[in-house]
Design a protein around this ligand. Sequence first.
Ligand SMILES: NC(=O)C1=CN([C@@H]2O[C@H](COP(=O)(O)OP(=O)(O)OC[C@H]3O[C@@H](n4cnc5c(N)ncnc54)[C@H](OP(=O)(O)O)[C@@H]3O)[C@@H](O)[C@H]2O)C=CC1
Ligand SMILES: Cc1cn([C@H]2C[C@H](O)[C@@H](COP(=O)(O)OP(=O)(O)O[C@H]3O[C@@H](C)C(=O)[C@@H](O)[C@H]3O)O2)c(=O)[nH]c1=O
Length: 291
Amino acid sequence: MNILVTGANGQLGTSLRKASASSADRYIFTDVAELDITDAAAVERMVSDNGVDVIVNCAAYTNVDRAEEQPDIAERLNATAAGILARAAKKAGAVLIHISTDYVFGGGAGNTPRNEDEPMSPTGVYGVTKMHGEQKIEASGCRAIVVRTAWLYSEYGRNFVKTMMELTATRPQLKVVFDQCGTPTYAQDLADALFAIIERRMIDGNEGVYHYSNEGVCSWYDFTKMIAAEAGASSCRIDPCHSDEFPSKVVRPSYSVLDKTKFKRVFCQEIPYWVDSLKKCVANLKNTDQI
Ligand SMILES: NC(=O)C1=CN([C@@H]2O[C@H](COP(=O)(O)OP(=O)(O)OC[C@H]3O[C@@H](n4cnc5c(N)ncnc54)[C@H](OP(=O)(O)O)[C@@H]3O)[C@@H](O)[C@H]2O)C=CC1
Ligand SMILES: Cc1cn([C@H]2C[C@H](O)[C@@H](COP(=O)(O)OP(=O)(O)O[C@H]3O[C@@H](C)C(=O)[C@@H](O)[C@H]3O)O2)c(=O)[nH]c1=O
């Protein structure tokens, strides 16, 4: 099979490169320099010239704060381009694997993990544009597997784990919000899971929306405490704070824990506990001195 990966230099794309290294399938890794996914003609050409069977879209506008000031750019990449990929997939008879986010959900009083059928209720531009992306894919009628994930981190690029390893090593004190709860996801776990779906040919007949994060629940505060403990940053005092004490232009979801029952049932995969995966990533970062 020919598998086109877009946004391949990002966290998930890089992890997928690693996951698929020994596959007999042909993976075509592209980032914006090789394939700008907002360019419909270029996308169609890439798909037809290479006989693409599966597109894995790892490209996105992921700067949540900046999206508030650049809604048009975020919409173009997260929504319009998702529609372009979907239409190209439909025309070629390919399957689109698209990644979405827990930020399509907002707050709400409850603390029940979100399932796939729950109505979307994003509270910021990034979440709105990702919701539009999902809607454009559905409207295209292409065969698609949409995987919503959350709080992605890895050894690569910028992410919360690397930021907090840096801050807890250099600052005497930090305040971190404890009133936003979700589940972190190690990008390598998600990449391995997507790779297994493709490798085991489980893409056909399983179209739909799925949730995937690591197992468990925590606040950003708990996440930071665990990052500091694993990194050995004992000199930084970490205090919990409310969201209004950490000013931001974006209202982030207060509770966006994803229910992964459907993913585990359909794809027969176990999902690692968030603390176990965090330990692996921090150990890698400490060993390779990538921060
Ligand atoms: N990061 C997170 O916490 C979460 C992410 N997700 C979703 O998971 C997916 C992967 O996220 P992640 O790996 O963190 O994303 P990254 O931001 O790490 O990677 C996105 C990649 O897309 C590239 N890109 C930007 N514009 C284009 C374009 N026009 N054409 C092709 N590629 C482009 C980026 O290049 P450049 O860097 O040069 O802009 C970057 O290499 C996304 O769909 C995201 O919305 C979901 C939940 C959490
Ligand atoms: C650095 C810092 C952040 N925070 C808060 C701000 C915010 O509420 C929370 C997380 O900060 P971030 O800026 O990393 O979060 P954010 O960029 O909103 O992360 C999101 O990215 C997108 C792409 C997704 O799809 C989401 O799943 C999620 O991972 O921690 C503190 O409370 N104290 C701090 O010192």
